[in-house]
Design a protein around this ligand. Structure first.
Ligand SMILES: C[S@@+](CC[C@H](N)C(=O)[O-])C[C@H]1O[C@@H](n2cnc3c(N)ncnc32)[C@H](O)[C@@H]1O
Length: 264
């Protein structure tokens, strides 16, 4: 039975009016892309067949196809898919479909690695979140790897609340424990790190890693992007970041987290 995504229109409207393809252009934002790709490569094996769900304009799918992997990209929003298709012209090992993480059109146990790098940001109730997780795991082969990107609460407080002046909006959405209520019209949801992990307790998976993909870069963006840091120091900072991005100290500060697990 088809599972309806009742928030599809607000997601489509957001991405129709946003230049997703430029998201990693800022130097401070490049940490997320480089770190995620670093961990993807760590777990890939020769000949791995990859599915990316919520592939956006194809930054990861295209990079992985260029490395020679067979990649299937699924994306909800037509305007993003159109850019993905333009950007991936000539890459015969990359197939793309319009689709929804809540209704994946693939057989069970199909892919060696399944990447869900974005859809978890745009799900606003427990049922949909559980469904997205179970669909991602379902299409992954046993012993295969699943990766989920998610946003910690601190990131919303900092990026939306402080940087973009949204603290008064956040006040009505704050729970007593400091978590932020899911509010579909605000588009992005967020988690405490331990709560994201709890969603996997009843799944047939083994936890491998939680990675702070931006680490401290968002807090240092004025230095990194404002011309106050040499390229050499930037690379040194990235090297330091890679050695610390699995540490608890850095996780709450990161704008994005990557939860990595293995299907049993
Ligand atoms: C922040 S973007 C990330 C794109 C890309 N994965 C990346 O990390 O650069 C999130 C993407 O997930 C897509 N998305 C949101 N909800 C989805 C869903 N239910 N099913 C599939 N894709 C979805 C959005 O349209 C968007 O392209």
């Amino acid at each position: 039975m088809k599972y309806a995504n009742k928030y599809k229109d607000i997601i489509v409207n957001k991405y129709d009016n946003y230049k997703e393809d430029e998201r990693f252009n800022r130097k401070s934002q490049s940490f997320e892309f480089r770190t995620t790709l670093h961990y993807i490569q760590k777990f890939l094996k020769k000949g791995s067949k990859i599915l990316e769900i919520g592939a956006g304009t194809g930054r990861y799918s295209i990079a992985l196809a260029k490395m020679g992997y067979d990649v299937v990209a699924v994306e909800l929003v037509e305007s993003n898919l159109k850019v993905l298709r333009e950007n991936s012209k000539g890459l015969n090992n990359l197939i793309s479909y319009q689709g929804d993480v809540l209704n994946l059109q693939f057989e069970d146990n199909t892919f060696d690695m399944v990447l869900c790098l974005g859809p978890m940001y745009h799900l606003f109730n427990k049922r949909d979140k559980n469904r997205a997780i179970s669909e991602t795991i379902r299409v992954c082969k046993p012993k295969g790897i699943c990766m989920f990107a998610y946003i910690p609460h601190t990131s919303i407080l900092w990026n939306y609340g402080v940087r973009k002046g949204g603290l008064s909006h956040l006040a009505y959405a704050l729970n007593k424990d400091g978590s932020i209520k899911d509010t579909p019209k605000e588009i992005f949801n967020s988690y405490f790190i331990e709560d994201f992990a709890k969603q996997f307790q009843k799944t047939n998976t083994t936890f491998l890693k939680n990675v702070a993909t931006d680490g401290l870069a968002p807090l240092m963006r004025d230095y990194i992007d404002g011309g106050k840091m040499s390229d050499e120091n930037f690379e040194l900072l990235y090297k330091l970041h890679l050695t610390t991005c699995e540490r608890l100290d850095h996780q709450g500060y990161s704008s994005h987290m990557l939860y990595i697990c293995k299907k049993n």
